[in-house]
Design a protein around this ligand. Structure first.
Ligand code: AP5
Ligand code: ZN
Length: 217
């Protein structure tokens, strides 16, 4: 089954996507991760992407649709795809539908993760990520172990994101409400929208999502 995790920055999309990969063998397609990889490449495109991301604006539809197209056409499907942070505009949503249709696939669920704005600031400002395996930590709710090693891979380098500051977060939130939140109505009309309470703790959110996907496991 193919699903979208929809929600504002810091809602927990990446955290839940990793659990679904682990528990269900699904494939996570995160446009944020793909763009962060692209910016490491040192190409002109990478530099342009870095500038846009650090300010908290959306990268162009053309670039992100191209990235997703490459993955889908390469057959990266596992036991289903989790679209994490994509689509983020109506143009992206239309493109995704067409891309999946071309491959004889469809979207089964769009899961909206609902979290209050005040909580997002705390989530994002406390976040760090294992540089080796991408495991997501939080200074307060899921701190890096005292021995300084990642619980998943044992790595000892952790990154903070350049866009995880108050200024960028404001812009990212605005982009979410202006450009991405219309997708909630879009998927509601298509009959595949479901919402989860993203304010609950990680295992509780995971079991809410599991319940939504249960019939299709
Ligand atoms: P992207 O990487 O997609 O970032 P985002 O949407 O801003 O989402 P985040 O990764 O910040 O949050 P998340 O929901 O994954 O939360 P997480 O699980 O890490 O995009 C970055 C940028 O790339 C965009 O601004 C844009 O420029 C560009 N971009 C990407 N996709 C694009 C697209 N399609 N079109 C155009 N541009 C695009 O959790 C956050 C923290 O909270 C962690 O510390 C975690 O440990 C903690 N946490 C998680 N769940 C819980 C919980 N239930 N309780 C307590 N703490 C929790
Ligand atoms: Zn790790």
């Amino acid at each position: 089954m193919n699903i979208i995790l929809l929600g504002p920055p810091g809602a927990g999309k990446g955290t839940q996507a990793r659990l679904l990969v682990e528990e269900r063998g699904m494939v996570q397609l995160s446009t944020g991760d793909m763009l962060r990889e692209a910016r490491q490449s040192g190409t002109d495109m990478g530099r342009r992407v870095a500038e846009v991301m650090d300010k908290g604006h959306l990268v162009t539809d053309e670039i992100v649709i191209g990235l997703i197209r490459e993955k889908i056409e390469a057959g990266a499907t596992g036991s289903g795809i989790i679209f994490d942070g994509f689509p983020r505009t109506l143009a992206q949503a239309d493109a995704l539908e067409a891309l999946l249709r071309e491959q004889g696939m469809r979207l089964d669920r769009a899961i909206e993760m609902q979290v209050d704005d005040e909580v997002l600031v705390d989530r994002v400002s406390g976040r760090s990520t294992c540089a080796t395996c991408g495991e997501v930590y939080h200074d307060r709710t899921k701190p890096v172990p005292e021995d300084g090693h990642c619980t998943v891979c044992g790595g000892s380098k952790f990154n903070r994101r350049a866009d995880d500051n108050a200024e960028s977060l404001k812009t990212r939130l605005l982009a979410y409400y202006k450009q991405t939140s219309p997708l909630i109505g879009y998927y509601h009309c298509k009959g595949i929208l479901a919402a989860v309470d993203g304010l609950r703790d990680v295992p509780q959110v995971a079991s809410e999502i599991a319940r939504l996907l249960g019939d299709h496991a």
